[in-house]
Design a protein around this ligand. Structure first.
Ligand code: CUA
Length: 661
């Protein structure tokens, strides 16, 4: 612990220690060792990508490890003014839902795609907790490629966890809701009828893994499993021997609907729900699921057209446990568990019993035996409750206070975040013994080891995502960013390496070795393949077309001018669409486009891409526009004018670059 505090960068403590103890200079090298461990020299790459959730800012953050450098913000569920995501005409469709256009979302859990239980670097999935949705981010582009809405759900929290070969993405509801199966809408009932009317759902999203399928509409809802009206918190699917099963923590088995902090903390044990998805597939194939009406959006990117497209789905298959015996079992687990994490061998299922000091570890092989021997204590809604003793491998005694989430290294150890006692503990899974602990600053939520929820963790670093930041950085007023800490887990003892602030509120992260991803990432789009309906391939095609009160500007950008850069003949009452195609064909040469008075963000146009900004001028005048991204020494010259005349004016439509109109 002392070592951890020293290494944590409290230099004054270290200095005093040296002063009072009269230590030889050797002691001072401690900081140097730590600095070396996270130092990535200028021009060199980090060893790992870390995908960290932005929480209430709705975005996905990409950090490099071990440096902690922020590499990219990928907008997913929230509008992002930096590049026009959710503002440009091409990306608005991503944010369409059955509730209308939703400009903000709460992104909680990034999950990398896997093949044979190992992160494969194709995609990252991410959930939206508020308006239930799941997104897929393409790691060739590091951009959102697809978003599907989840019907019959309220608070899509135990999501988006994947099966061993990304066959499915699972999404469990946090809040149970009164589902009207005849309309697919929420019922108008008394809240106090919770026990009678409210149900949860576990959604199985099928993923098209065919490498020859080029479309980005890769996700579809295969079926939903109806489950009792509890809260479903987190999930992980089995691997190796437990492949074919997914596990979900549930709390509020008390079915409280008010003052949950007291009323949902009554039971000593809540449950981990084990779902046999291969069994569910069988039952669905046998026609045992019912087709219910449901309205939900499926939005995906057409890469050729550089445009997101929405479609509306109208029904969903729902399977009830009573109609499919053997599809699900409850594993009693103390107490209001948060995380449920399956170790790399696929045998141990660790629950994060956040109100318990003992860390519960269940055994998959014991669970299978208990099912075979029908060691049930009761049944809820057609789901047998297995006896605790029959499934539990051990309770790690006095592990820590507030265990939340566990990840694993490649040497048989589990690392668990402990919110209340602000520490990470290292546990020998087989021996059920805590072998090391390290203090974190402060109140850690989730933690992440690259590959730490897969069959092959890279057991070198652990990222602690802490909820409380105060006094770690220079004061910046009452609102602080959250804070992450990097811990070296390569040795017997954990070692604190680095603090760095994070954007939004990271809830969860996934990491992957850079070698799996970096060589597949593209640098620009091939202009010849751009099939955007308003794209142009050369300046010669640039033009302005009026269709009634709608004006389409087919514009190009190239270092360092727009074509056209002078436009006259726009009238008050017109709606003007600037379709800007970036003709440059070189990595890292985007252009921006901003129009004075546009009630919008700017747009950032990648090389070979087309983006559209909508502008409704309100008053006559001459309005400047310009490139917002410093693209060349003549960036500041990259500008133009649009003349707007009164609604009844007869100024003819003219445009050009390099000539007087
Ligand atoms: Cu183009 Cu600045």
């Amino acid at each position: 612990m002392k070592r951890a505090i020293l290494a944590g960068g409290i230099a004054s403590v270290m200095g005093l220690g040296i002063l009072f103890l009269g230590c030889p200079p050797k002691k001072a090298t401690l900081g140097e060792d730590v600095a070396k461990a996270v130092y990535v020299p200028p021009g060199q790459y980090d060893e790992f990508y870390a995908f960290v959730s932005g929480g209430f800012d709705g975005q996905l953050l990409v950090y490099g490890l071990p440096s902690g450098r922020l590499l990219k913000v990928i907008p997913v569920f929230s509008q992002y003014a930096r590049n026009g995501y959710g503002y440009s005409e091409e990306t608005k469709a991503f944010l369409m839902t059955s509730h209308g256009f939703i400009p903000w979302g709460d992104l909680h859990h990034p999950e990398l795609s896997q093949t044979d239980g190992v992160p494969d670097g194709r995609w990252v999935f991410a959930n939206e907790n508020n308006v239930p949705r799941v997104a897929r981010i393409d790691l060739r582009r590091f951009e959102t490629a697809e978003i599907i809405e989840i019907p019959n759900s309220g608070g899509n929290h135990s999501s988006p966890f994947i099966t061993q070969n990304t066959e499915y993405v699972v999404a469990g509801t946090r809040f149970s809701v009164p589902i009207d199966v005849t309309t697919g809408e929420l019922k108008d009932v008394s809240i106090s009828s919770y026990a009678e009317n409210f149900k949860g759902t576990i959604t199985f999203i099928k993923v098209n893994n065919d490498p020859n399928y080029r479309g980005e509409d890769k996700m579809s809802i295969a079926f939903q499993l109806l489950v009792p009206g509890f809260d479903y918190d987190l999930a992980h699917c089995g691997k190796g021997p437990s492949h074919g099963w997914c596990f979900f923590t549930s709390y509020n088995t008390e079915q409280a609907y008010t003052l949950l902090e007291a009323n949902a903390s009554q039971n000593d044990k809540d449950f981990i729900l084990a779902v046999n998805w291969k069994k569910a597939e069988e039952c669905v194939a046998q026609g045992k699921a019912k087709e219910y009406p449901a309205t939900y959006y499926h939005n995906y990117y057409d890469e050729k057209k550089h445009m997101a497209i929405s479609s509306v789905k109208k029904s969903v298959k729902v399977l009830t446990p009573q109609d499919c015996p053997g599809v699900a079992y409850y594993l009693p687990t103390p107490k209001s568990p948060h995380g449920v994490d399956v170790d790399p061998s696929g045998e141990y299922i660790v629950g994060g019993g956040k109100l318990s000091a003992d860390l519960p570890i269940h055994s998959f092989s014991k669970m299978m035996k208990a099912i075979e021997n029908k060691e049930f204590e009761r049944e809820i809604f057609g789901i047998p409750v297995l006896k605790f003793e029959a499934v539990n491998h051990c309770l790690v005694p006095k592990a820590c206070l507030g265990p939340l989430h566990t990840e694993f290294d490649d040497k048989g150890y589990a690392y668990t975040s402990c919110f209340v006692s602000s520490e990470v503990i290292k546990t020998d899974l087989k021996e059920c013994k805590v072998v090391d602990r390290i203090t974190v600053y402060y109140n850690i939520g989730h933690l992440m080891i690259p590959g730490g929820d897969s069959r092959k963790p890279w057991g070198k670093y652990l990222l602690a995502m802490n909820k409380i930041t105060k006094d770690r950085y220079l004061p910046v007023g009452p609102e602080l960013h959250q804070s992450a800490q990097l811990i070296d887990i390569s040795g017997e003892k954990m070692r604190m390496l680095l603090d760095f602030p994070t954007l939004g509120e990271p809830h969860y992260a996934n990491g992957i070795h850079a070698d799996v991803v970096k060589d597949k990432v593209i640098g620009y789009y091939d202009l010849r393949e751009n099939e955007h309906p308003y794209s142009i391939k050369s300046e010669a095609e640039a033009r302005v077309e009026r269709r009634g009160n709608v004006v389409h500007v087919y514009m190009s950008s190239i270092r360092s001018h727009f074509t056209p850069d002078n436009i006259e003949g726009i009238r008050v009452g017109d709606t003007v669409y600037f379709h800007v195609t970036n003709l440059d064909q070189e990595f890292d040469i985007p252009h921006g486009f901003a129009m004075m008075g546009a009630e919008n963000a700017n747009i950032l146009i990648m090389p070979g891409e087309t983006r559209t900004l909508k502008w409704v001028p309100k008053k006559p005048g001459v309005y400047p526009f310009y490139c917002t991204d410093f693209c060349s020494p003549l960036h500041q010259e990259m500008q133009g004018y649009v003349r707007v005349s009164p609604a009844n004016a007869n100024v003819s439509l003219k445009w050009g670059t390099g000539k007087s109109l």
